[in-house]
Design a protein around this ligand. Structure first.
Ligand code: LR7
Ligand code: MN
Length: 578
């Protein structure tokens, strides 16, 4: 008996050891089950339920946002408290058209040929906002296609943000083996244009997506874009932008009936889109410009176009420049309504602009004007005069020698890619801009001798004896707010930018000049009709000429050919186009 004891004990020990190992194994399995996740499931499992559950799964995000620097409400220009409360992921309403899911099939290239690099440059973005942008991307983009996230911190005040983010993301990325996170930081503020180019250079994917740092991508945003890009290597696309309210963070449906465009001052505008008889509103459609700054394009094609124009500073104009460049040099732009991305449209800039050269206006305005001038000089050819007439202050903005039309790199690009002239863009891409041009017979300052026709503000109309005087006089052409006129080809109306028209008062004897709201009424419109005869402005009804008989006064008097006092020159006279 006693001889058996050690053997029994040995058995017992072995069983215990085995049990221990099995227990350990099971324990490990349970632990792994909890700690291992597929990125998609961990971060967001769809539906509006279990928001708390999602938040718990993305461990560490609360700690991450708790280090957001204290700032005033105006700093971010959106509701920070709410952004922090909403958390890192949230359910979003489905805003795209039903048929995007039910009727459309997307033919996607194989993931090995369609790796997507997302480039996000940010300056002073709140942590919760930036994180939501990133997490929305990770959780709503097919894993195989999302190749890398490239974040460029444009010298934000929150200096530890990137390091903290890397630590947080290390956990999230544990199972997203294929996704690379690249974090770059500018030591000095460089602006978003330079930074996005830096991101594009660092990228290794087939496609680039440029995104603002306060966006949320909606479900299945990528597929409809890739579907279009795969068909055409020179196409660039914008999703349809859904607005997110900066105060309530409410996500709503963007308008599918608009396309991107700009005016002759090179300001971005939404343009109404006409649907053709058989066209469904959710079908992809060509657009003269991008829907703002969110766009996706093949990386090779973007680099061939030399990226965003690197001479543009800080903020503004880069997507208009890229749009013109694309269209003129063999590319196309489409807006794809089945792809939805939300963006917080802030009421004003949430950041300062670095001071510019000696310029009286604000640094923001001066920067914008500088960038617009580069665009005009690079691409508008003879039409750049339209821009200068509307933005005369741009003439004074100094450009570096390399920025002049003569020898700048854009010239080389034009040769290389055999780019069209701007006239082609007007004819084939933006009939709206062309129509606006065709409406005008003349525009800009209106000079008589060395002085200019100036419409004073109406609160200075009253003379000391309370007699209402014509608020139009001749004044120095160098006044900051000197009036810019436009002579409309069809109606003959001579209008200010605020749509006040020079006319003749009804039944006045002798005929008296007036400045009233430009009329659409047939008979009143007639009293505002002017004819151009040489450099004279002849009032159509009275056949009298605009005249400056003495000092700064303006009157109507019988036309005398060659009278210097009746000679008025516009900054730009436009020949009738055929
Ligand atoms: O110096 C700066 N450095 C930056 O990195 C200034 C800004 N930025 C970042 C900023 O943090 C933000 O992520 O650049 C991005 C754009 O700046 P915003 O959001 O302050 O300006 P915005 O929304 O008015 O920007 C619009 O115009 C810009 C002109 O340069 C860009 O084209 C933006 O992409 C454009 N945004 C949109 O059109 C909204 C839709 C984009 C999306 C999604
Ligand atoms: Mn923005």
């Amino acid at each position: 008996m006693s001889g058996c004891m050690p053997l029994q004990r040995l058995h017992l020990c072995m069983i215990c050891a085995l049990c221990f190992v099995v227990c350990q194994f099971v324990f490990l399995l349970v632990l792994l089950q909890r700690e291992t996740f597929t990125g998609r499931l961990l971060l967001f499992d769809g539906g509006d339920h279990g928001k708390g559950k999602d938040e718990r799964r993305l461990f560490g995000w609360r700690e991450f946002i708790s280090h957001t620097p204290e700032q005033s409400a105006a700093f971010y220009q959106y509701n920070l408290q709410l952004s922090d409360r909403v958390g890192a992921v949230r359910w979003l309403p489905r805003t795209r058209h039903e048929s995007c899911d039910s009727q459309r099939t997307y033919s996607l290239p194989h993931a090995s040929r369609a790796k997507v690099s997302v480039v996000i440059s940010f300056h002073n973005e709140a942590r919760s906002m930036l994180l939501r942008t990133i997490i929305s991307l990770i959780s709503r983009t097919p894993e195989d296609y999302l190749h890398e996230l490239i974040l460029i911190d444009d010298a934000s005040q929150d200096v530890s943000l990137l390091d903290d983010l890397k630590k947080l993301m290390a956990k999230v990325y544990a199972t997203r083996g294929r996704l690379t996170l690249i974090c770059l930081r500018n030591v000095r503020r460089q602006g978003l244009i330079w930074s996005r180019n830096r991101g594009a250079e660092a990228a290794t994917g087939h496609f680039l997506l440029f995104l603002d740092s306060h966006c949320e991508v909606n479900e299945a945003w990528l597929e409809p874009l890739l579907d279009r890009l795969a068909l055409n290597a020179t196409l660039a696309v914008s999703p349809l932008l859904d607005p997110i309210d900066p105060t309530t963070l409410r996500y709503s449906k963007g308008n599918e009936l608009l396309k991107g465009g700009f005016d002759w001052s090179l300001h971005f505008h939404w343009l109404k889109r006409e649907l053709s008889a058989k066209e469904a509103p959710e079908q992809p459609y060509p657009s003269p410009a991008f829907a703002g700054g969110v766009l996706m394009i093949s990386r090779d094609w973007f680099l061939k176009l030399r990226g965003f124009n690197s001479r543009l500073k800080i903020w503004g104009g880069e997507s208009i420049e890229l749009a013109i460049k694309l269209w003129l040099c063999g590319g196309q732009i489409e807006i794809v309504p089945c792809s939805r991305i939300g963006h917080i449209f802030r009421p004003r800039h949430a950041f300062d602009f670095p001071p510019q050269f000696d310029h009286e206006s604000s640094a923001a305005l001066a920067t914008y004007l500088h960038n617009s001038k580069i665009i005009a000089e690079s691409w508008l050819d003879e039409y750049k005069n339209m821009f200068y007439v509307l933005k005369p202050a741009a003439r004074q903005i100094p450009l570096l020698p390399t920025d002049q039309e003569e020898d700048h790199p854009t010239r080389q690009l034009k040769l290389e890619l055999q780019c069209h002239r701007f006239d082609w863009y007007l004819r084939h891409v933006s009939p709206e801009l062309k129509a606006h041009f065709n409406e005008l017979a003349a525009m800009g300052t209106l000079k008589n001798g060395h002085r200019c026709l100036h419409a004073r503000r109406t609160d200075t109309d009253m003379d000391t004896d309370s007699e209402v005087k014509l608020p139009v006089i001749l004044d120095s052409c160098y006044l900051n707010d000197i009036t810019h006129w436009r002579l409309l080809r069809q109606s003959g109306q001579l209008s200010t930018a605020t749509e006040r028209c020079l006319g003749v008062e009804e039944n006045s004897q002798p005929p008296r000049l007036t400045l009233n709201a430009c009329s659409r009424h047939k008979t009143r419109k007639k009293a505002q009709r002017w004819l151009r005869r040489g450099t004279q402005l002849v009032h159509n009804e009275t056949h009298l000429c605009l005249d400056n008989p003495l000092k700064n006064q303006l009157v109507l008097s019988p036309c005398r050919s060659l009278a210097a006092s009746q000679s008025f020159q516009f900054a730009l006279e436009i020949e009738k186009q055929t």
